[in-house]
Design a protein around this ligand. Structure first.
Ligand code: AMP
Length: 300
């Protein structure tokens, strides 16, 4: 259990098969499930902890993003991390960078079109983690479905010798997808926020019944959304993140919206198994998430 602040030290500490779990901290059970998977399959599990400013399109969102180093360190190690890579900004960006990574097409819709520069920030920081740490396997949550397709494409197109492993979306006991930003939600906010997962589950039931028309699937989801400030409901190709008219390949149904100042995204993944479309709704916690423990964001 070692905290490292530089790429060089982190790389040296990675022996055998190295798994990497990139995070922005304020860890919850979604992050911990990725860490536990890496720890079960690899010799060394490295968790990176860096709130990456270049992927925030809204300075206020970056400013208030929850942070608590001691809490994250303890949780990462208890979930099976061997090394916590916690660089400061001067290690990650020693100078104003002139090079960056742009993934075309996959970023034309949804998060890519609504958050200018977001995926360039993500792809660039993930490429830097791959180059600087040289992991064999890297774990990303399906909660960020478009991010999984962007990172997978980036690694393949740039020949990074790393295997990308997507992990299931972990949900709170009531269905809300876990997100570090959930700590900002009041009880009333949560009621609105639940419209997202409830819409996704209603659409999933329709898919279970054999519906493949995107407009009808999206409408079933929209039906559940009332008070939420909705940005999109979109059925998209899992590999390319392009909108689909019909469910005819592995896909995800994604939703984005805001509750007050808190922006939330969620999705369900849809895969073909034994000649049928099967919806992965994620996994629910049995009880209240660790996000709401005593160690709150103010303790950082
Ligand atoms: P973040 O710290 O939000 O940047 O997330 C770090 C990693 O954890 C990303 O790969 C996310 O997709 C993943 N992640 C975040 N929330 C969840 C969740 N509820 N279930 C599974 N993975 C998640």
């Amino acid at each position: 259990m070692i905290v490292a602040a530089t790429f060089a030290e982190t790389r040296r500490l990675g022996s055998g098969i190295v798994g990497l779990v990139p995070t922005m901290g304020f860890l919850h059970e979604g992050h911990l499930s990725l860490i536990a998977r890496s720890s079960a399959s690899n010799d060394t599990t490295i968790v990176s902890l860096f709130v990456n400013p270049t992927q925030f399109d809204d300075p206020a969102d970056l400013e208030r993003y929850p942070r608590n180093f001691e809490r994250d360190r303890d949780l990462a190690f208890s979930a099976g991390a061997d090394v916590l890579f916690a660089p400061d900004e001067s290690e990650m960006y020693p100078r104003e960078p002139l090079a960056s990574v742009v993934v075309r097409q996959l970023t034309d819709h949804m998060e890519g079109s609504l958050r200018p520069g977001h995926f360039e920030g993500v792809a660039t920081v993930v490429a830097k983690l791959f180059a600087g740490i040289q992991p064999d396997v890297a774990y990303f949550g399906r909660k960020d479905a478009q991010q999984v397709s962007v990172v997978t494409t980036m690694a393949r197109d740039l020949s990074f010798p790393v295997q990308i492993e997507p992990g299931a979306t972990i949900r709170e006991y009531d269905g809300l997808a876990l997100s570090s930003r959930n700590v900002f939600l009041s009880d009333a906010d949560r009621e609105q926020a639940l419209e997202i997962s409830s819409g996704l589950f209603a659409a999933s039931d329709l898919i279970d019944d054999g519906e493949t028309d995107a407009a009808r699937i999206e409408a079933a989801c929209l039906d559940r959304i009332g008070d939420l400030d909705l940005e999109y409901v979109q059925l998209a190709d899992q590999a390319t993140a392009q909108p689909l008219d019909r469910l005819d390949r592995p896909a995800f149904l994604a939703v984005a919206g805001s509750v007050g100042a808190t922006r939330l995204i969620d999705n369900v993944a849809i895969d073909r198994m034994n000649g049928q479309w099967v919806v992965d709704r994620g996994e629910r916690l049995a009880e209240r998430s660790m996000l709401y423990g005593e160690n709150d964001a103010a303790g950082s």
